[in-house]
Design a protein around this ligand. Sequence first.
Ligand code: SF4
Length: 58
Amino acid sequence: MEHQNANESIKCTVSQCRYHLNGENYCSLDCIRVGTHEADPTTPACVDCNSFVKRTEC
Ligand code: SF4
């Protein structure tokens, strides 16, 4: 995988994501897409990072 740099404007703790920096709780993307799976979101649990991609080993 290419070298990844922390985007200090995007804090993230989702270590299962391929864009997450291990050891640093930051995203490595320049920008992310955020959305919701609810018709009427009311809590943080209602929204999602739609840029998430599951990390694969290898
Ligand atoms: S893409 Fe989303 S889930 Fe993945 S590291 Fe960035 S902010 Fe976190």
